[in-house]
Write a protein that binds this ligand. Structure first.
Ligand code: NAP
Length: 256
């Protein structure tokens, strides 16, 4: 006997759903039975993820949206509500991961990293939580980064933004637990996505991705589906007693 993820239909929003981790999360939530709104800066990649879901028998729409643009967030959430129903699952995954030495980081670059990684997450929560309150149920998963836990050479702005996402997560969990809304964070480490390959190609990962396998306890590189599986668990009905947590999905690279 299988236990379904939800006792009633659910609508999920996944930001950055056109690529890498967000694409895997979108596909997984759809496979579990949610109708998924795939949000991405790149409308074409969002459309491709949505088409893959529909081809597999699921329900999805694509929404072109810059998470740093509050007007676009408002419009995208309203479109989701009109086309799929009230969103009660929110995965804040869109992110940018620049590598820049601390003394060379401009105010513009700092502001852009914060606008996408932190303010985008903050504002999506502000826009979607009222839908969750109305339904008396909600699941938010914020994709942070292991760099928030360990620091990351050449990524002070990025790791600061991702650490702030963990603080935001814990505070929201305290404020909205009584409304049936759980809020958790997943800080991934070393997941094989286009972003990780860009870092490797830019020489940011030493001699490359595979060089890090011997120092990873599970002896492999993480895959987007590893994050999707953890995320799917946190979104289920029966994860209702799990909130304010930071669930590392990192092959044991960061423990504790
Ligand atoms: P990815 O393959 O580059 O995917 C990120 C997606 O987010 C892309 O589709 C990107 O669109 C989109 N995006 C970027 N800026 C956006 C914006 N302003 N508005 C809407 N969408 C935007 O990266 P990923 O590795 O899957 O990363 C996903 C998340 O995991 C990020 O938050 C990242 O920080 C986090 N993370 C990843 C790893 C890892 O090892 N891969 C480790 C720690 C944390 P474009 O392609 O058009 O730019």
């Amino acid at each position: 006997m299988t236990v379904s993820a939800w006792t009633q239909p659910r609508v999920a929003i996944v930001t950055g759903g056109g690529s890498g981790i967000g694409e895997a999360i979108s596909r997984r939530l759809a496979a579990d039975g949610a109708a998924v709104a795939v949000f991405d800066l790149n409308g074409q990649s969002a459309a491709e993820t949505a088409a893959t879901i529909e081809d597999a028998g699921g329900t999805a729409i694509a929404v072109a949206c810059d998470v740093a643009d509050r007007g676009a967030i408002d419009a995208g959430v309203a479109e989701t509500s009109d086309k799929l129903g009230s969103p009660t699952i929110l995965i804040n995954n869109a992110g940018i991961t620049p590598f820049e030495r601390f003394l060379e980081i401009s105010r513009e670059s700092f502001d852009q990293v914060m606008a996408v990684n932190l303010r985008g997450t903050f504002e999506f929560c502000q826009v979607v939580i009222p839908h969750m309150i109305e339904e008396g149920w909600g699941r938010i998963v914020n994709i942070s980064s292991s760099s928030a836990q360990t620091g990351s050479f050449g990524q002070t702005h990025y790791s600061a933004s991702k650490a702030a996402v963990i603080g935001l997560t814990k505070s929201l969990a305290q404020e909205f637990g009584r409304k049936g809304i759980t809020v958790n964070a997943i800080p991934p480490s070393f997941i094989e996505t286009p972003s990780l390959h860009r870092a490797a190609d830019g020489g940011q990962l030493g001699d490359g991705i595979d060089q890090h396998i011997p120092t990873t306890p599970v002896r492999r590189v993480g895959q987007p589906d590893d994050i999707a599986a953890a995320c799917a668990y946190l979104c289920r009905d029966d994860a209702s007693y799990v909130t304010g947590q930071t669930l590392g999905v990192n092959g044991g690279r960061v423990i504790g």
